[in-house]
Design a protein around this ligand. Structure first.
Ligand SMILES: *Cc1c(COP(=O)(O)O)cnc(C)c1O
Length: 501
């Protein structure tokens, strides 16, 4: 008999352990002064290695204290005002409450007899999302682990649809697959390419359609590529439009993409992993045309402020999902009369991640979620207005969503040095830990990237990040040119307060 498993006999120790875990995190949040402690991978590797996994501590409390020092002390904190690196958001409290139930009950959303009402709750949320997109009553979908998996499944459905349509006699499935092409902009997420690879398409399958200066797919270039594919006798399996590119937040011209897909008789997948938050926002019009997609990727764990993992693939037409259904006698035999989500999923055992969105909607409502996303877009615009003419920083362009691309580039600095400074400043900031930014390349040029996803951040918080960028840039320049050696300002030591919960 053990009381280490959750059941009616262990409710006391369960309560104690859960409260202790919450207290450990809540207490620690008050001490977080910067997004990263700045320790090196080598240092942390040694700390992780030093723990003897074969000598248990025999108490959850002791294990929590140990992991606080190892994990919480060295985590990267997305809620910190100094964090502006990747597409990670601070998470909603009601969603965290849902996580307790999700892992405690541990429903598995594969079959009805492992989930019951949880399956219905997930289905209701899929319908809710489909309505926001503008899909009709025949829409369907399911929760996935993230945008990568949603994109993979969207393209899998596109592949099956194309194979069905282009069923050329005397042509094997392998030969057909070799002719399949996917058109996505040169700014599309890399998971489009990895999906094509996973789906057995040829290495040349994904064609990068040129984008305009803002990073949006050029409709004329799309038409030209569609013609070129047809002339070569290949088959366009899908057009992938991105609604919010990872770097520039650009939204491809969705209506034009839908028209092109319609004319070509091909599948339109819209990757709205980042831009999905617009569905609830006062900027909903930016997504006009999304309702004409065959499939849509939504990442609730990006612009809906949900904890990882929470994503959904929504399809216009439920029957397309049936193409990938598989049936196992022990799980979901063909003649079943109950709702089984596993019929549509690439996963079998699957978390009840949908409950987090449910709790968020029931507590705050969709309007509030949209307002939070609007806040970060507004913030990006305010930062641009205030700093666009900064003498030391050069901005790529006006922000389109909530990312800001910039370089440390005081007048007259050689392009080669500016390039190198991007990598150096990025590395120096991470090693210091007070301000985290990302770096990327756009059309051969290196850029620092700020992704703003914290609705509690103010212009002054972003100003502080920019000051860290300037200070790091000056310090690096000073190492080459001693006349600049003392130019690191005292203000660069400013710390960020952790955001209040
Ligand atoms: C983040 C992102 C993805 C991948 O989503 P994950 O949830 O990280 O798997 C796909 N597409 C776009 C445009 C993204 O920004």
């Amino acid at each position: 008999m053990t009381t280490d498993l959750l059941d009616e006999a262990s409710v006391c120790s369960y309560r104690a352990a859960m409260h202790k875990a919450v207290d450990t995190l809540a207490d620690h949040l008050g001490t977080v002064k910067k997004p990263y402690a700045g320790r090196s991978p080598q240092t942390l590797d040694a700390e992780v290695d030093s723990i003897d996994l074969d000598r248990p501590l025999n108490s959850t409390g002791a294990a929590l204290t140990e992991i606080r020092d190892l994990y919480l002390e060295n985590a990267v904190w997305f809620h910190s005002r100094g964090y502006a690196a990747h597409l990670n958001c601070p998470v909603l409290v009601p969603a965290l409450a849902a996580e307790v139930l999700v892992s405690g009950v541990n429903s598995s959303l594969d079959t009805w007899d492992q989930s019951s009402v949880a399956t219905l709750i997930e289905r209701r949320l899929v319908r809710w999302t489909a309505e926001r997109i503008g899909f009709g009553a025949s829409a369907d979908g399911l929760f996935t682990s993230g945008g990568t998996q949603s994109n993979l499944q969207g393209l899998l459905l596109a592949r099956e649809s194309a194979l069905e349509k282009n069923d050329v006699p005397n042509c094997s499935r392998v030969e057909n697959l070799a002719r399949m092409r996917v058109l996505a902009s040169d700014q599309a997420h890399f998971s489009v390419a990895t999906s094509a690879h996973t789906l057995g398409l040829s290495p040349e399958a994904v064609i990068a359609v040129p984008s305009d200066r803002e990073g949006r797919m050029r409709p004329d270039a799309l038409t030209a590529e569609l013609d070129a594919v047809r002339r070569r006798g290949d088959v366009v399996m899908a057009i992938v439009a991105t609604a919010g590119t990872t770097d520039l937040g650009a939204i491809d011209p969705l209506k034009r993409c839908a028209e092109a897909a319609n004319t070509a008789g091909t599948w339109l997948h819209v990757d709205a992993a980042y831009g999905c938050g617009l569905l609830n926002s006062r900027r909903r019009f930016l997504l006009d045309g999304i309702e004409r997609a065959d499939s849509v990727t939504i990442d609730f764990h990006k612009s809906f402020f949900q904890p990882i993992s929470s994503s959904v693939l929504v399809v216009q037409n439920a029957s397309t999902l049936r193409r990938i259904a598989h049936h196992a006698d022990y799980l979901n035999p063909r003649q079943h009369s109950v709702p089984n989500q596993v019929d549509k999923s690439l996963q079998t055992t699957r978390r009840f991640d949908a409950l987090k969105l449910w709790m968020s909607l029931r507590t705050l409502g969709a309007h509030e979620l949209g307002r939070l996303f609007d806040e970060v877009i507004d913030l990006a615009h305010k930062v641009w207005e205030e700093f666009a003419t900064d003498p030391e920083l050069r901005f790529f362009d006006q922000p389109q969503m909530s990312t800001i691309l910039l370089r440390y580039a005081p007048d007259g600095l050689d392009e080669q040095i500016v390039e190198r400074l991007v990598a150096e400043v990025h590395a120096d900031l991470f090693a210091d830990g007070r301000a985290l930014v990302a770096k990327t390349r756009i059309r051969g040029q290196a850029w620092l990237k700020l992704t703003l996803l914290n609705p509690n951040s103010q212009t002054t918080d972003v100003a502080m990040i920019l000051e860290h960028v300037r200070a790091a840039g000056r310090a690096r320049l000073g190492q080459q040119d001693s006349s600049c050696a003392n130019s690191v300002p005292a203000s660069s030591t400013g710390e960020f307060a952790g955001a209040a919960l």
